[in-house]
Write a new protein. Structure first.
Length: 372
């Protein structure tokens, strides 16, 4: 048994408070990880604000993390104490229909990641009153230490700094993968990225990696458009709604882009992005929608006659187990940027400030870093 400081989500709309949480020893297939860095992804913020509901509170949020394995359960294989790991927000059970085909991003356990318990259905964290505390995405990384199943940990090489590695747990594969593996952008094609935050900026660099010749970044924050140019955008559009569609059609001789990526607020951006897409093109949704939004209207005749595809991409539509080591290799070769994604580093007790900065549009990515 040991203690860990953790940012605990107890009440929708309230600041998360740093508490001491008791950690039980890892189960047979689990590992205890000392978190070194965890990114402030917007998904956790949606949960804090009640826009996406999780099944229980209290819960430790945080799912974009890297750290060091301190202790392993008896039945763990392929992970050792001292290993550096990236944690994956969808576990790879290894035995379901999807995992058997290497499609770990579609693992049958995925729908359980907002429930709170560990992969085995029990809890490893307790608060000072002895109540069970959940772990978002079976990770709960807004904490000094966490316990995860081996299905949620990927061993990485030790040369990658933890703050950079943490981003490769969510935002980088989500965005880069959406371009490479979902839309399969080809050299010379045109791309529109709506919403240039953490995911969108990685779609921009993914499209550049794929050799897209026109990458149109769209955002209502001018600073994000400037950043997008550094990541490979060839054009910036500060517009939304019909004005966004018009601006993109103007830049593409009235044809539209081959691939549009909806990286923020799908209820507001999907139709404008769809209409800015060329006939036969792809519209890829990488963003969460609030629980209260249950449908988005696309005129069916328009969908039919324009022969466009609307698709979803979680984890960049590729296995984190296969994709993450590959992305680290691309970083090492200088083919993708990681350091430039980090706007600011925070201590764990500054986490609410970090999210306020994200909400104010100041951060591409804030990262909580821990001293050793
Ligand atoms: C999300 C995807 C939807 C479920 C929770 C985790 N991923 C990352 O931000
Ligand atoms: Zn995330």
């Amino acid at each position: 048994m040991m203690e860990s400081r953790a940012a605990v989500f107890r009440e929708i709309g309230a600041a998360v408070a740093i508490e001491r949480v008791t950690l039980d020893p890892p189960g047979p297939t689990e590992v205890r990880v000392r978190i070194a860095a965890v990114g402030l992804c917007r998904t956790d913020y949606h949960v804090m604000r009640g826009e996406r509901r999780v099944a229980m509170q209290p819960m430790v949020l945080g799912h974009e993390a890297a750290g060091v394995v301190e202790h392993i359960g008896d039945a763990v294989s392929g992970i050792n104490a001292g290993d550096h790991v990236i944690l994956t927000f969808i576990p790879a059970c290894g035995t379901c229909h999807w995992c058997r085909q290497g499609l770990h991003h579609l693992c049958a356990e995925g729908p359980r990641i907002t429930q709170g318990p560990q992969l085995d259905g029990t809890y490893r964290r307790r608060d000072r009153d002895g109540h069970a505390v959940g772990a978002f995405c079976m990770i709960g990384a807004f904490a000094e230490r966490t316990i995860v199943d081996q299905a949620s940990a990927i061993v990485i090489d030790k040369d990658i700094p933890f703050d950079l590695a943490s981003l490769v747990a969510c935002g980088v594969p989500a965005g880069v993968g959406a371009a490479r593996h979902r839309a399969r952008v080809q050299p010379g094609e045109s791309v529109l990225v709506v919403g240039c935050g953490g995911d969108g900026m990685n779609v921009v660099q993914g499209a550049r990696l794929c050799g897209a010749s026109q990458i149109i970044a769209a955002d209502i924050a001018p600073a994000k458009l400037d950043w997008a140019r550094e990541f490979g955008a060839t054009h910036g559009v500060n517009a939304q709604g019909e004005a966004l569609t018009r601006a993109v059609l103007e830049l593409t001789s009235g044809i539209g882009v081959n691939h549009a990526f909806v990286c923020i607020d799908p209820p507001a951006t999907l139709l404008p992005a769809f209409r800015a897409t060329a006939k036969g093109g792809n519209v890829v949704v990488t963003a969460l929608t609030p629980d209260t939004v249950t449908e988005i209207k696309i005129p069916p005749l328009e969908l039919f006659v324009t022969q466009k595809a609307i698709m979803g991409a979680v984890y960049g539509f590729a296995s984190p187990r296969l994709q993450i080591p590959e992305l680290l290799g691309l970083y090492r070769k200088g083919a993708i940027k990681l350091r430039e994604l980090i706007t600011r580093r925070y201590r764990l007790d500054e986490i609410n400030q970090g999210y306020a900065d994200l909400d104010a549009g100041k951060n591409l990515r804030g990262v909580v870093v821990f001293d050793d």
